[in-house]
Ligand binder design. Sequence first.
Ligand code: AMP
Length: 210
Amino acid sequence: MNFIFLGAPGAGKGTMAEVLSKKKNIPAISTGNIIRSALKSGTEMGLRAKVYTESGKLVPDEIVIGIIQERLARPDCKNGFILDGFPRTIPQAEALDKMGVVIDRVIDLEVSEQMIMTRLSGRRVCEKCGASYHLVNKKPKVEGRCDLCGGTLIQRKDDQPETIKARLKIYHEQTEPLKGYYEKQGKLCKVQGYNRVSDTTKAVFEAIEA
Ligand code: AMP
């Protein structure tokens, strides 16, 4: 099956995509992670995306659509996949439809704006492997170091308070309309996001198995 996780920045899409990926044994594809790793290795695509991503803006549709087209063509997607952070605009959703990609379920993770601010401002990520932590809710075993690879934990440039506000505004304007788009297609499942990963996981599995 093919899934999409929708939701505001900080709603927990990445965490839930990873949980579902392990359970279903299909890849979780995060356009944000692909862009960040292109940025780090200084590829042409990374350089084109840099100015947008670091200021919290959306990368132009044609760039992300190209990234997804290439990623979905890989053999590991043939039994299904999970999209985390794509589509984020109506033209991106239309591009998926035009590619003939069939989406089975769209899971919309709903959390309060206050929870989002707390989560994003306390989020720290591993510079090396991208694993995600939180200063209060998900502390690493050793302060400032990744449990998985020992890499240094940093704050994403786009997790600074002013940039978070810009990202939320863009989310409301450009991404939220996707709920209606997928509701019309009968694919939208609304799921409440909780503080505890185990609670949200339970709600997601109940929704997709319903
Ligand atoms: P994320 O890790 O999903 O929050 O994505 C981080 C940043 O990457 C976003 O703020 C955008 O600048 C860029 N990005 C990721 N996915 C998309 C997308 N589908 N459309 C446009 N920009 C994206």
